[in-house]
Each structure stands twice: as C-alpha cells, then as structure tokens.
Ligand binder design. Structure first.
Ligand code: FAD
Length: 500
C-alpha cells in the first residue's frame, strides 16, 4: 500500500510557523489523511500579497515613537535587535514566532528543523559572534552520501579527485574517471581573479564534455542549497561549492539551525523580549522628514510607529514594496533578484531508519532532493537504534510552481508523492515505522544564487538610504546563509544606532 494511503499516518501542513506549539494546526477528524490536512494553517502571506497588489493604502498617523524599528525577526532581525539592546528599539515580526527560515520545532521531545540545516564557522568574525552567543554547534561527522541507480555511496562528494568514493559509482570506469577529470580540470578556474566573469556565467556551461551524471548531481545539490539548478546558478557559486564545501568543517545542533534562533531568543533578557512584537505584519516604511514611519497590521488593525531609524531584515522581493521612495536602479536590482519556493517535510519514525550520513542526496528522485536525520549530530551512525527518529526532507521547487504552494490540496499531493517515493521506491522498509509527517511550505524561501546576483545585483539592492538600512541573508554572500545574515544585520544595526 502506498504510504500516502495509510490512514494511520498523520499528515500536518503549516507555513513558516503557526500558533500551535508544534507550528502545525492539529489534524482534524475527517475520513482520509488528505481531507484531514486540507483545512490546516498557512504562513501569514496575505498582507505581503496585498502590498504587492497595491491594496495597502491606509497609513495611520504614528501612535508611538521609538529610536529604532527592526522589521523581520529571522536570524538577521534577531542579530540586529540584539545589537540594539539597551536602546529604545522595537522588532516587528509577522509570524507568531521569530526565527524565519531558521526555526526548529519538536516531536516527542526530538528537535527538528523546518528550514536551515547547518553552517560553517571558519571565519574569525563568525566564530567570535557564535562564541559570544554561547552557541557554537558541534562538528558534523562525515560528508554527504549520494544515491545513484539503486546504490548509496557513503561520503560521496569530495574535492579531492582521488577520493575513493568515485570508484564506487555503479557505472563503467570511464564515468568515475570523468568525475575525477571534472574536479581536476575545473580547479584551474581562478575563482578570485575571475570572480566577476564567473559570477556572470551559468554553472551549466562548465559541464560541457563531461558525463551528464556529474551535472545531474549538481542539479540536485544546487536547488537544495541555493535554490537553483545548474542553468540558473552562477558558475562562481557552483565552482566554489565543488572545490571548497567539502572538506570544510560543517556544524549544527540537533534540529538544525532553527535551534540557534530558538536558543538565541530564549536567552534574551525578558526586558528586551518585550520589545519584540509578533503577528505584526509591516506594510509600509515611509520617510517623514528626518524620521521614518513604519506601518503594520496587528490584530487586524493598522498602526504606525515613528522611528529615528529602521532596519529592514526582510527579503528584497518584499522590501521593494515596503519602501515608498527607492531610487529606480535600486528598485530594479531588487526586482531582478530571484527566490525559489520550498517545501520541507519532517517524517517522524518510531525507530531509527537511517544512519549512513548527515546529508543524503537522492539522485533520481522526482519529489525531493535530499534528506537529513535531525539527530545525526548527537548520534551520528551510532546510539540506541530503537530510539525514535525524524528525517527532514528537502523539496525545493521551481519558481513556476510557486502558485501551487498556496493550495493546501496541491501541497499535500506533493507531500504524499514525496512520501511514496521516500518510503516506497527508495526505502520500502521505512513505511511500517512512519508515525507522522509535518509539512512546511514557504513561497519565496530561498534567495537563488543566479548568475550576476552576487556581484551585480546585491551591491545595488542593499544600498543604505538613511535613516533606512537594509539587512537579510539576500544582502550579501554568494549563497543565503545564517552567519552572513547575522553579521550583515549587526553592521546595519551599528549604522542605525550611529545615525540615531
Ligand atoms: C529550506 C531552507 C534551508 C536552508 N538551509 C540553510 C542552511 O543549511 N544553512 C544556512 O546558513 N542557511 C540556510 N538557509 C538560508 C536561511 O534562510 C538563512 O540562513 C536564514 O534564515 C536567513 O535569515 P534572515 O533573517 O536573513 O531571513 P529570513 O529567515 O527570511 O527571515 C525573515 C523574517 O522576516 C519576517 N517578515 C517577512 N515579511 C514581513 C513583514 N511584512 N512584516 C514583518 N515581518 C516580516 C519573516 O516572517 C521572517 O521571520 C535555508 C533556507 C531555507 C528556506
């Protein structure tokens, strides 16, 4: 029987976050898992869509005044707000909890992530920041495994062309040799000197003349890590990943980087937490003389707060609608930035089903790219195998599929298809141990590292317009990541405080 038809498996669907303790609405009592899940909750996107459609027109006069307003409570907003502790600031977040795309929840006491999985701290500034936060995650054991035609290869990708994994490919030796040749030959690109040129090129161009399975591997890796297949990826980003991501030291907590957001926020003093307002969706950031008015909806009512400075920690696709007087070139650069929609599934099992590697690439899968055991960092391939286990499954989508995410039935259909593929085609033995599935959807979750984004669009799109300062993980860095987001937001907060 297909896993999607098993009526005892609970399927729950949610947006980035929702009001229940699990971030999911509870399942109802309908006849089938599909009908039970169809009525469930979603990300708070209505205000953003009304803003895009020009429907948000009522900007009430300010009812309060502060020095700094931080818009958005993801990792950048948290970092910016923390830098403002001790001053008169306010953080406005549209969801019921902070954390954005880095948020963890739990099932039976086990933490899992609904987005960001891991980071690297191999930079002095980043290391110092996470040490100061007392949040240095342990190192992930092993590399990634990959599936090719029925065979899982442990610790597969490695930038060393002589790494033994390539000999294990279930193909003729000429294919393994081609993987090695690809690594050797692409190492000759000068990623520092030719950074501009490579960033303007599509990654797909460097695969000409090699076995197509090499590009296929990166067509899975890219969408999950930076939102884009090879034809939509900057060659600079792709080549950097090929040669630098493994072996770089990767770190995480049980439950992924959501645990960083959660622990960071939990550790904030209560006096400062009072300055965080959730379920407050900002719909306008407008200059008012030397000040800035930030308008938001709270409990269905529009309000405006007047500030000496504002820090926007939201993605540029939204920032350009929030800001009323953007210079034309800046608005155009923001409009050109691309974002991939994303589904993330957490499959909850009553026993351990997987202990080969942390990140696992299901090359050939149609409904997801990779999966991560949420507790790998604690147990790696050991521990009590009868313990419960959560597998976080990543399913980045194409931009064309964005509208489908607004439809509960479509989302559930996709989740069922992924479940059938994971617990049917790939691992039939898992089906008997599946207890629950939690589905998270996000419409524009992943800033795509498309050609030109890093060197041409970002520098224009992130320009400050004092007293308005821009942050977010799409501000800087070749790919969207948490540490870049946090460091950038701290700098934006410092500029805002200096302005104040
Ligand atoms: C599936 C997935 C996997 C990822 N994996 C990794 C990973 O492994 N490692 C990594 O480093 N990064 C990863 N990322 C990137 C990750 O998004 C960033 O590291 C991090 O979440 C960026 O934080 P941020 O605060 O800049 O943005 P976001 O997380 O996007 O936060 C923006 C916040 O603004 C809020 N907001 C939006 N509009 C409004 C409004 N109108 N009013 C008020 N608030 C608003 C949102 O609700 C959200 O809380 C992943 C992303 C996704 C989607």
């Amino acid at each position: 029987m297909e896993i999607s038809r098993r009526s005892f498996v609970k399927w729950m669907i949610a947006g980035a976050a929702s009001a229940s303790p699990f971030g999911c609405a509870p399942a109802g009592k309908g006849a089938s898992p599909r009908s039970r899940a169809a009525a469930l909750s979603s990300e708070a996107n209505q205000v953003c869509h009304d803003l895009r459609d020009g429907l948000m027109k009522a900007f009430p006069p300010p009812s309060r005044a502060v020095d700094v307003v931080v818009v958005g409570g993801g990792p950048s907003g948290l970092a910016a707000a923390e830098r403002c502790f001790g001053s008169d600031f306010l953080l406005l977040e549209k969801e019921p909890n902070v954390g954005g795309n880095a948020w963890s929840e739990s099932w039976n006491g086990l933490d899992y992530c609904t987005g960001s999985a891991w980071l690297s701290l191999d930079n002095d500034e980043v290391w110092a920041l996470f040490k100061r936060w007392n949040l240095v995650p342990p190192v992930i054991q092993g590399n990634d495994s990959a599936h090719f035609d029925g065979k899982w290869i442990k610790d597969f990708w490695n930038s060393d062309p002589d790494y033994p994994s390539y000999a294990q490919l279930p193909y003729p030796k000429s294919v393994s040799d081609d993987f090695r040749r690809f690594i050797r030959e692409t190492a000759k690109f000068d990623r520092v000197k030719d950074a501009d040129k490579l960033d303007g090129m599509a990654f797909s161009e460097v695969f000409a003349g090699y076995d197509p399975r090499i590009r296929q591997y990166w067509d899975y890796f890219g969408p999950s890590n930076w939102g884009a297949r090879t034809q939509d990826t900057s060659a600079l980003v792709g080549l950097t990943a090929v040669h630098e991501w493994v072996p770089c030291e990767r770190r995480t907590f049980e439950g992924g980087l959501g645990t960083v957001s959660r622990r960071l926020f939990d550790g904030f003093p209560e006096s400062q937490k009072k300055r965080f307002i959730t379920e407050a969706a900002v719909f306008g950031v407008r200059r008012d003389g030397k000040r800035v008015n930030v308008s938001f909806l709270k409990d269905g009512r529009p309000e405006t707060v007047s500030a000496k400075a504002a820090i926007l920690c939201v993605p540029k696709y939204l920032a350009r609608f929030l800001l009323s007087d953007l210079p034309a070139d800046q608005g155009a650069a923001m409009a050109k930035m691309r974002y991939a929609p994303y589904l993330v599934y957490n499959f909850c099992f009553d026993r351990v089903v997987w202990n080969l590697n942390f990140d696992n690439w299901a090359i050939g899968a149609r409904h997801f790219t990779d999966f991560v055991p949420a507790d790998w960092i604690t147990h790696a391939d050991g521990g009590d195998l009868s313990r419960k286990q959560i597998i976080t499954v990543y399913a980045p989508k194409t931009e064309a599929a964005r509208a489908d995410l607004l439809d509960d039935e479509e989302v559930l259909e996709e989740a069922h298809a992924a479940g059938d593929e994971l617990c049917g085609r790939f691992f039939p033995s898992w089906a008997d141990h599946l207890a629950e599935v939690r589905v998270y959807r996000r419409g524009h979750a992943m800033p795509m590292s498309s050609p030109g984004s890093f060197t041409r669009l970002q520098p224009v799109a992130r320009r400050d317009n004092p007293p308005i300062y821009l942050a977010h993980s799409d501000n800087s860095g070749a790919v969207s990541d948490m540490y870049e987001a946090a460091l950038g937001a701290i700098k934006a907060a410092e500029k805002a405080l200096t302005h104040v």
